[in-house]
Design a protein around this ligand. Structure first.
Ligand SMILES: [Zn+2]
Length: 432
């Protein structure tokens, strides 16, 4: 049996997804959505849904890939909306919880892979990438944040199988159940491995930067960032279910509006925009998108969707570097989404700078660094106990710019991630 557990772990890193969903819930403001997630039955469904997409990988079935992406989430949302109205209780709570969990998973995968793993490929360029980055970072993260309890295994598999089949991926209930058992076992395995200091040290040696910087709450694409985006995506889904059909626009950006200290070139110079609904790759070259510096000079950029059609993460980077020590303004829109519906009806703007960030006035802080802060320990190899100590340090440390706080105020989301640490997730396969 152990061989099967180990194999599942190779295909799944889902303890991270459980942490991300929990952290996203804790960032939501008091209100109807937060109340819904306080329902224990709904919350356990969210946790199960947060693993569900990777179950397909565990049993080598395409339903897993399909459940990662917005087209299925949209179909599922429509199915729920046709049957139930708020308050969502009983069977309705079960399905809405599962949907929110799947959205958490798909959102997190895009953010982590597009922003964090891409940076790790640069920082850990000398590592053997034939080893599983997901497995290593999962175990390191659980070592820092603690083992995860398993979500329930009994889900409405008949209904889910019918939904997936109607959406073009024929699958039966038994296959879904086996997939969910596989991801649960993967979490169990990784939770156990995370308590073995020698094993954690070995994973850390494989990917020194990737393992350690997950617990940096300010690192683009790291679990704390993923959780922030998930909270936005959940709020957007809740609004859509409530009949709010206003264009969702840009849910999150990296850097946040007003961010400073962006490197002029390299992976760290990349700007990531997470959209409320997906685009098609063919739309990207035609997008109304430009960046000008403070002198009004347009900066030549490249742009792409991270992964494929129906992704929500738009990556923008300078062809020859951003203007040194200068403010920049990115303008996007109007834009329609992959279904031809309005995503942005007016131009949307993001302000960022390659000049150093203003001095941090917080009571506990460290030297400013290119990504904003919390770069201490970069390039160092922390032992498992050091990793735990770093996690505790990050929980105490608050390192946000005034711009960060303003952005959060505008979205209505509270920010409690300084009380949390970070975590990785699973990568959907490149299919397009
Ligand atoms: Zn995944």
């Amino acid at each position: 049996m152990w061989w099967w557990i180990a194999a599942a772990a190779l295909a799944n890193g889902d303890g991270s997804h459980l942490w991300i969903s929990e952290t996203a819930r804790d960032q939501l403001p008091v209100g109807a959505l937060r109340d819904f997630l306080e329902d224990p039955a709904a919350w356990e469904a969210v946790r199960a849904g947060s693993l569900f997409p990777d179950g397909g990988y565990g049993v080598d079935h395409p339903y897993g890939e399909h459940a990662h992406w917005p087209p299925f989430h949209r179909a599922y949302r429509g199915w729920i909306a046709a049957r139930w109205q708020p308050p969502y209780q009983g069977e309705a709570a079960l399905h809405l919880g599962l949907l929110l969990g799947m959205i958490s998973h798909g959102t997190a995968d895009q953010v982590y892979d597009g922003l964090y793993m891409e940076r790790a490929r640069e920082e850990d360029g000398g590592s053997d990438w034939g080893q599983s980055f997901d497995e290593a970072t999962e175990v390191c993260f659980l070592a820092a944040t603690g083992p995860q309890e398993l979500p329930p295994l009994e889900l409405p598999y008949d209904a889910l199988a019918a939904l997936l089949t109607a959406d073009g991926v024929a699958v039966d209930a038994n296959t879904l159940r086996r997939g969910q058992a596989a991801v649960n076992l993967a979490v169990l395995w990784a939770s156990g491995a995370s308590q073995d200091p020698e094993r954690v040290a070995a994973y850390q040696a494989q990917f020194p930067w990737g393992c350690v910087h997950q617990i940096d709450e300010d690192q683009p694409g790291a679990p704390a960032h993923e959780a922030r985006v998930v909270a936005h995506a959940w709020a957007q889904t809740w609004a859509a279910l409530s009949g709010d059909l206003a264009p969702g626009g840009v849910l999150d950006s990296s850097p946040l509006d007003g961010g400073a200290g962006l490197p002029e070139a390299g992976v760290g110079a990349r700007v990531g925009l997470f959209l409320a609904s997906p685009l098609l790759s063919a739309q990207v070259p035609e997008l109304a998108l430009r960046v000008v510096d403070e002198a009004g000079v347009e900066v030549e950029i490249s742009r792409r969707l991270f992964y494929r059609d129906h992704s929500q993460l738009l990556l923008i980077e300078p062809v020859a570097g951003w203007t040194p020590r200068a403010a920049h303004t990115l303008t996007l829109g109007p834009v329609d989404d992959a279904w031809g519906e309005a995503l942005l009806t007016d131009p949307w703007r993001l302000h960022f700078s390659t000049a150093p960030p203003p001095a941090d006035t917080g009571e506990v802080r460290e030297e400013p660094a290119p990504s904003g802060c919390s770069q201490a320990g970069r390039g160092e190899r922390w032992g498992p106990l050091g990793l735990l100590a770093l996690g505790a340090l990050r929980r105490r440390r608050r390192c946000q710019t005034p711009h960060t706080d303003r952005q959060i105020g505008e979205t209505g989301l509270t920010h409690t991630q300084e009380e949390r640490v970070t975590l990785p997730c699973r990568r959907p396969r490149r299919t397009g």
